[in-house]
Design a protein around this ligand. Structure first.
Ligand SMILES: *[C@@H]1O[C@H](CO)[C@@H](O)[C@H](O)[C@H]1NC(C)=O
Ligand SMILES: *[C@@H]1O[C@H](CO)[C@@H](O)[C@H](O)[C@H]1NC(C)=O
Ligand SMILES: *[C@@H]1O[C@H](CO)[C@@H](O)[C@H](O)[C@H]1NC(C)=O
Length: 416
């Protein structure tokens, strides 16, 4: 009798324990950001990305898939039904449709490469390589052309071998350029400077371009020393960059540009940079470099690539890279020579009435330029008659003058 009661007690105790354990497991799996053990560490950050509810500004959102489980995505593919469900239960008026779509698709981060340049970074001798990589769109042929003919020429600059690449995706509006793929193939064969990936080349996909480029760099260009990355509407003074790099050790970390501190997300849905609170909660962005142009060592770029696998995609590519920088604990350097906001244009006056090349001689990167401005800047800075040491040269700035008698009224000359 006593033995049976003892057995009953034991049974009840066992049952209770099992029930407790089951309840505990059930509770854990009901909490969406805890469904995988390796994610528990980043629980707060995942919540941060989805709900914008944590207070720390610099905590980052991490991907829900663990690094290494990458898959190649098909364009237009939608994934992650759990995330989708959580989003559809959020008030829909909070998000313009494209954010909703973006969040649905952002786990899809691995796309096929269509055009590659495997030998771009092959070294002939033991020289140091500077790779110039320019974000462009298929439509912007003229910008690529002017960069090729001017500042982004391949060859020797001081102690560096300069190589050039354009980073492209699939044009979003193909009706405006029906035969784009054949044209691009031709262009790539002629210049050997095109990388093309199988995702749509839109503003919100620039982060995809960033991570695909970092991956490419890791795979095909790890022998290079430095990499400049910028937009196709910049003018870069490569000589100044080479001078700047003369003392740099490529084995060290280096990340320099126009660094933006304490930037707040833009909450007006009229802006191109609009980020709703549920995507990035209250607080400032991590320190990041203006995407118009920045310079890094390949050593740093490869570390950033490793970090990028662990950071959730963020639609603003500059900020995304700032998150990666924070993740590797690297403080970027700001440099006066990087003018990525294009505030300093060839002229503050309309229609470029005046232009003083000597002012630009010291700069490294000037952003937001039109094709003729890039060409003009380059040719003025390489004019053998240019003498900036001369006193008073700042007082006689360059002026436009129309040659009235020339057959075409659009011929402009330099007045000396
Ligand atoms: C922007 O927000 C306003 C209200 O805050 C809303 O009425 C409008 O529909 C939103 N526009 C878009 C494109 O989501
Ligand atoms: C695509 O390009 C065509 C031709 O330039 C233009 O008419 C059309 O409006 C564009 N579509 C979109 C969605 O921008
Ligand atoms: C990014 O590219 C993918 C693949 O082409 C496309 O499905 C998606 O709509 C694009 N995203 C944005 C936000 O443009």
């Amino acid at each position: 009798m006593r033995l049976r009661r003892k057995g009953d007690l034991l049974c009840t105790f066992l049952l209770l324990t099992t029930f407790g354990i089951l309840l505990y497991i059930q509770m854990r799996s009901d909490t969406p950001w805890l469904d995988k053990p390796e994610q528990r560490r980043q629980a707060g950050t995942e919540r941060y990305a989805l709900l914008g509810s944590t207070k720390t500004a610099t905590r980052l959102a991490l991907t829900s898939s663990s690094p290494g489980s990458e898959r190649v995505c098909q364009p237009g593919q939608q994934l992650d039904t759990a995330r989708e469900q959580r989003l559809t239960s959020a008030p829909s008026n909070l998000l313009p449709w494209n954010y909703r779509q973006y969040l649905w698709q952002k786990d899809c981060r691995e796309f096929r490469q269509i055009i590659n340049q495997e030998n771009k970074c092959r070294k002939v001798r033991g020289e140091q390589l500077l790779l110039i990589s320019i974000k462009s769109r298929v439509e912007e042929f003229e910008r690529r052309e002017v960069a090729r003919k001017t500042w982004a020429r391949e060859g020797e600059v001081r102690h560096l071998q300069v190589r050039r690449l354009f980073l492209l995706g699939i044009p979003a509006n193909q009706s405006s350029l029906a035969s784009w793929s054949r044209l691009l193939e031709q262009e790539s064969q002629t210049y050997q400077d095109i990388l093309l990936w199988d995702f749509q080349d839109t503003f919100f996909n620039l982060t995809l371009k960033e991570i695909h480029f970092l991956k490419w760099l890791d795979q095909f260009c790890s022998s290079a020393e430095f990499v400049f990355k910028g937009d196709d509407d910049v003018f870069v003074n490569v000589e100044n960059i080479a001078d700047f790099l003369a003392d740099a050790d490529p084995k060290d970390d280096l990340f320099v540009g126009h660094i933006i501190y304490q930037a707040l997300p833009i909450r007006s849905n009229k802006s191109k940079y609009f980020i709703p609170e549920m995507m990035y909660g209250p607080g400032v962005y991590p320190v990041y470099a203006g995407g118009g142009g920045f310079l890094m060592s390949v050593h740093t770029a490869r570390r950033l690539y490793q970090a990028s696998k662990e950071v959730d995609l963020f639609p603003i590519d500059d900020v995304f890279l700032g998150m990666c920088l924070l993740r590797i604990g690297l403080e970027p350097l700001t440099h006066e020579g990087f003018r990525t906001f294009g505030i300093v244009r060839p002229s503050a006056a309309p229609h470029m009435q005046t232009f003083d090349p000597c002012f630009y001689k010291e700069l490294m990167v000037v952003h937001s330029l039109k094709v003729p401005e890039i060409w003009l800047m380059w040719s003025l800075l390489h004019d053998p008659k240019l003498d900036c040491a001369r006193k008073g040269s700042m007082k006689r700035p360059f002026r436009w003058r129309v040659k009235r008698k020339s057959p075409s009224p659009s011929v402009w000359t330099l007045k000396h």
